[in-house]
Write a protein that binds this ligand. Structure first.
Ligand code: SF4
Ligand code: SF4
Length: 160
């Protein structure tokens, strides 16, 4: 059986507890503030933080992706959709994505797509401010995925 402490008149007075609470507030009042005035002030995310995935551009200005669809296969919530087509310049790649969509509404930022990609064409960015007024607005197309900014602190990949 659980024994509860008896409530005395001191407990019922509440004043000592209120004073204890105020003392605690006072203790933290002059400490370094950790509240940021968002969105004017931004939090510096640690290197390696997984925001949303982004597509990487090669030296030719186009996507590095060769439309192998490995990322589509490994994506746990089935957030990636790819349609492939023949690449016009067959010198360094045979295929490229005609359609490349990532549904950020489904993405769980797991980073599996980055791990699976054999040509380092997709990576996790530091972008976390992805908003939309509908589910459809969260489905990003290839051009939008290529425009997601890279983390300047991450070593940039050699373009194909
Ligand atoms: S980060 Fe994970 S959930 Fe998001 S697109 Fe890549 S594999 Fe899918
Ligand atoms: S991003 Fe990488 S893994 Fe995904 S289809 Fe393109 S080349 Fe393949």
């Amino acid at each position: 059986m659980v024994k509860y402490p008896r409530t005395t008149w001191k407990h019922r007075l509440y004043i000592p507890e209120i004073i204890r609470g105020l003392m605690l507030t006072l203790k933290f009042l002059f400490r370094k503030k950790s509240t940021l005035q968002y969105p004017e002030q931004k939090h510096t995310l640690p290197v390696g933080y997984r925001g949303v995935p982004r597509l990487i551009t090669g030296n030719d200005g186009n996507e590095r992706c060769v439309a192998c669809k490995l990322c589509e296969v490994v994506c746990p919530p089935v957030a990636i959709y790819i349609e492939a087509e023949e690449a016009p310049d067959q010198n360094y790649k045979e295929r490229r994505p005609k359609v490349f969509q990532i549904d950020y509404g489904r993405c769980i930022n797991c980073g599996f797509c980055e791990e699976a990609c054999p040509v380092e064409a997709i990576e996790m960015s530091q972008s976390i401010e992805i908003v939309g007024e509908s589910r459809e607005a969260l489905v990003y197309q290839k051009e939008q995925l290529l425009a997601v900014p890279a983390d300047p602190r991450k070593p940039q990949l050699r373009g194909l």
